[in-house]
Design a protein around this ligand. Structure first.
Ligand SMILES: Nc1ncnc2c1ncn2[C@@H]1O[C@H](COP(=O)(O)OP(=O)(O)O)[C@@H](O)[C@H]1O
Ligand SMILES: [Mg+2]
Length: 350
């Protein structure tokens, strides 16, 4: 019997500070997907927000030259009726950050009536907003988190610095981050009170809400979660940053940053970390996929055998190049990249 070819729209780019990262993720999917199973409809979104169907290959998508192709065609999404003139079974919105990972696109696709990979609009929005995520996880008492407070654009940043300094009892360093951003864009590590106003301005350039956190000293570990009603967690990954913290340069430009699989902590603790990752995925209402990121603090007696887990953030559309953490964690857990894509599409169609 001939197997049905799935018509999958791969959406990439987007009006987001993570536009470039998305293009590289999409190129990787194109290079590795099983072409016998799928007909791929490639649709790019420019930084200005224009949608175009393109025949560009993976290289042209990765380097951005796809935008110049004369054969590109406009794309129209219709409420309740999918894409005008295009037959699409499922959309893979491989978009990171604002407008792609924050629930807007998910709501838009739901209104159009098309299944898509990843969590729905509510879960996506709640996971994108670090202040909301923290409140939900705190309420559920699912995991320890860094002490934090929130500031809104429009506040007097000098006054805010005084309030923040008091809130943290004059303890530094602090991390100041936009509530809604990703790829470390807009994040500052602040070492004294005088640095707070500028760090707030930097964060407010990305979002109208900022969160301010105590700095956690520990290992940075990440777990991949996959599934709908019975989500599974992968083995545990670790990031060893080349820079003082895992900023944009350390993530994408600096070859000195290393990601690896964690094996040097007791199985019992690994199990606890995996379980916590699944709980967080469920509490946030995620479906399909997410990557759950933690810090592991040294235990009371030193070392990590009794390490303390601190939840940092959850990403509903994590980086998806073949060497990104999410696919790597599944490779190491026995699901190769190609099969992972199949699984995500199945979960979307479920
Ligand atoms: N409270 C914190 N303590 C220590 N390091 C932090 C803290 N918050 C963020 N960082 C560092 O900054 C990086 C980016 O912050 P993160 O909250 O993960 O935002 P993004 O969504 O941009 O990835 C982290 O990977 C970590 O290296
Ligand atoms: Mg992060």
């Amino acid at each position: 019997m001939e197997k049905k070819i799935i018509k999958m729209m791969l959406l990439f780019g987007g009006v987001s500070s993570e536009h470039e990262v998305s293009r590289v993720s999409a190129a990787s999917v194109l290079e590795h997907i099983n072409m016998d199973k799928y007909e791929i409809i490639k649709v790019g979104i420019t930084k200005e927000g224009k949608w175009m169907q393109t025949e560009a290959d993976a290289a042209a998508i990765a380097d951005g030259s796809w935008e110049e192709m004369e054969s590109n065609k406009d794309v129209y999404l219709m409420p309740g009726a999918g894409f005008a003139g295009l037959d699409v079974d499922v959309v893979f919105p491989l978009l990171h950050g604002r407008n792609g990972e924050d629930g807007r696109m998910q709501g838009f696709l739901a209104i159009a009536g098309i299944p898509f990979v990843g969590p729905d609009s509510t879960a996506s929005a709640a996971c994108m907003d670090k202040a909301v995520t923290k409140a939900v996880i705190d309420q559920a008492e699912a995991c320890d988190q860094a002490k934090c407070c929130v500031a809104h654009r429009g506040c007097d940043v000098e006054d805010a610095a005084g309030v923040i300094d008091q809130f943290f009892d004059g303890e530094y360093p602090l991390f100041v981050k936009p509530a809604n951003a990703g790829s470390s864009v807009g994040i500052s590590k602040v070492k004294k009170k005088e640095g707070i106003p500028e760090a707030l301005q930097v964060a407010f350039a990305e979002d109208d809400k900022a969160i301010i956190e105590e700095a956690i000293v520990g290992r940075e570990i990440e777990v991949a979660v996959l599934g709908n009603d019975d989500p599974q967690a992968s083995c545990i990954g670790e990031i060893i940053s080349a820079n003082e913290f895992y900023d944009y340069v350390a993530k994408y430009d600096d070859v000195g940053s290393v990601t690896s699989i964690v094996t040097d902590i007791p199985e019992r603790l690994q199990q606890q970390i995996r379980q916590t990752a699944v709980s967080i995925f469920e509490i946030m209402g995620c479906k399909g996929l997410s990557r759950v990121d933690f810090f592991l603090r040294e235990g009371p007696g030193g070392g990590y055998d009794e390490g303390e887990l601190v939840f940092n953030e959850i990403n509903t559309m994590p980086g998806f190049t073949k060497i990104s953490m999410y696919p790597q964690l599944w490779e190491a857990s026995g699901i190769p990249y190609e099969d992972l894509i199949d699984r995500l599409v199945e979960l979307a169609l479920e």
